[in-house]
Ligand binder design. Structure first.
Ligand code: PLP
Length: 453
């Protein structure tokens, strides 16, 4: 063949007219994008001096169709969480309960009484129902809900302590999730940070000194929920801080983040909303991390400060959308009625059950690829139970060529499967698998085997 290979590339129109694309039923714009992707790639390789044998137009059209199909997939997709981390921030934190999912679908598909009081026949409050449930469940006088906990903290500080100095322990100046830094949020909220104590030790007298010197006019306690300082440490419990706040007549605000609603089968020193809310002026926490519900920021506390938060214009900018609100109300109803909440079941799963499930999964997969059940040290994630080992069980896949190609294949599967590589094996932790996931993993592994040369 003569002439530069570049000039031999088929034209866009030729490829679009080929049966692979013309009969694909894919939107025209995606067909074109697919063709461009394939042709650009070839052009780049030819210009780079690579010696490329030009495939036929039919083969190119087939590749363009695959590229177009890839582009047609939704960006946000369901994935299988085989990491064992129940509240995985990168994987959407909490899968919703059945009741919450139904509530979301109902609110999404039709009209709702979002801001309409059906008995009075006039405008009503968007958050009244969840406020009532939150008061019942936490024992707090007042409650409110916004977009996420970062928003809740921002609102709390902006409205209740603008321009004030806030005393906070150096051990609690935490960063959470890579973008939420307590000092930055405080600055945004217009509060002045007054650091007290040291990273590992803070005493009540440190807070008292900050108040007495006139530097601070409020107290903030943050639950450093994603790490634990161990060793030579001292922190001031919320009871003592509340005593100091009352004595000096200053507000005590708390960012709890994650924890528990009330005492339960968790470590005794695990903070609960019930305990903190009884002592502080306002406590904020995450709707997904703490309740296993939708992303939301919840504020509970005394009646007067909560009323001020609700009335502030910023509350309107940070308000919850109707779908999250529907999910939150349903999740709170599950808490009230003892309904099943997936994250709670995962965290409470017994090692003996997890072991049996890992054995079943390994037995399902081992005819296709070497696989054995193994014990793992999981974690709750989402800043829950830091430092608490959550022993779990996984199916450990041990392909002859190493785990990397299989791990990548799983991530690219129709329902992407996210596990983790540990010591040369691909671990699929069963704690976070949902009903039906085992079958899907089996189908993925069979397809991977089928693709092998
Ligand atoms: C997670 C967390 C936040 C941020 O909460 P989001 O709901 O992710 O916005 C803030 N403070 C603490 C203590 C947290 O644990």
């Amino acid at each position: 063949m003569r002439g530069s290979p570049l000039s031999q590339l088929p034209r866009m129109d030729t490829l679009l007219a080929s049966p692979a694309l013309a009969e694909s039923g894919l939107p025209r714009v995606l067909q074109k994008a697919g063709v461009n992707q394939i042709l650009d790639e070839l052009r780049r390789r030819l210009q780079g001096g690579e010696c490329v044998e030009l495939p036929s137009a039919d083969v190119l059209a087939q590749r363009a169709k695959q590229a177009a199909e890839e582009l047609a997939r939704p960006g946000l997709r369901r994935v299988i969480n085989a990491t064992g981390v129940a509240l995985h921030t990168n994987l959407g934190r909490a899968p919703l309960s059945r009741r919450a999912v139904e509530a979301v679908v109902g609110a999404a598909a039709g009209y709702s009484n979002l801001e309409y009081d059906l008995s009075a026949g006039k405008r009503g409050s968007r958050t009244a129902r969840v406020e009532e449930l939150l008061r019942q469940l936490t024992g707090a006088e007042g409650a409110f809900a916004v977009n996420n906990n970062a928003a809740a903290v921002l609102l709390m500080l902006s409205v209740l302590t603008p321009g004030l100095g806030i005393a906070i322990s150096r051990g609690e100046l935490v960063e959470i999730g890579g973008s939420f830094r307590v000092p930055d949020v405080m600055a945004r909220g217009g509060a002045r940070l007054v650091e007290v104590g040291t990273t590992n030790k803070t005493r009540l007298s440190d807070y008292a000194a900050a108040l007495d010197s006139g530097e601070a006019q409020a107290l903030l306690k943050v639950h450093p929920s994603n790490f634990k300082v161990v060793g030579f440490t001292q922190t001031v419990e919320v009871e003592e801080l509340a005593g100091l706040a009352r004595q000096r007549g200053v507000p005590l605000l708390c960012d709890l983040g994650s924890g528990a609603l009330a005492p339960g089968p968790w470590p005794a020193d695990y903070p609960t909303v019930e305990r903190w809310a009884a002592l502080a002026d306002v406590v904020s926490f995450s709707g997904d991390k703490l309740l296993g519900g939708p992303q939301a920021g919840i504020l509970v506390g005394k009646e007067e400060p909560i009323r001020r938060l609700k009335a502030d214009p910023l509350a309107r900018a940070l308000r919850l959308d109707k779908l999250s609100l529907a999910a939150l109300e349903a999740t709170l109803l599950d808490w009230r009625d003892g309904g099943e909440i997936p994250v709670c079941s995962m965290l409470a799963a017994q090692p003996s059950d997890l072991r049996r499930r890992a054995e079943d999964l390994a037995a399902r997969l081992s005819p296709v690829c070497p696989c054995v059940p193994v014990e793992t040290a999981g974690e709750a994630g989402g800043g829950a139970l830091p430092g608490e080992e959550l022993p779990s069980w996984a199916a450990a896949l041990d392909p002859a060529e190493g785990p990397e190609p299989l791990e990548a294949f799983f991530r690219g599967w129709r329902v992407p499967i996210v596990g983790r590589i540990h010591r040369g094996r691909l671990l699929l932790d069963v704690r976070t698998l949902l009903p039906g996931d085992e079958e899907e993993i089996g189908a993925a592994l069979a397809a991977w085997k089928g693709e092998e040369p």
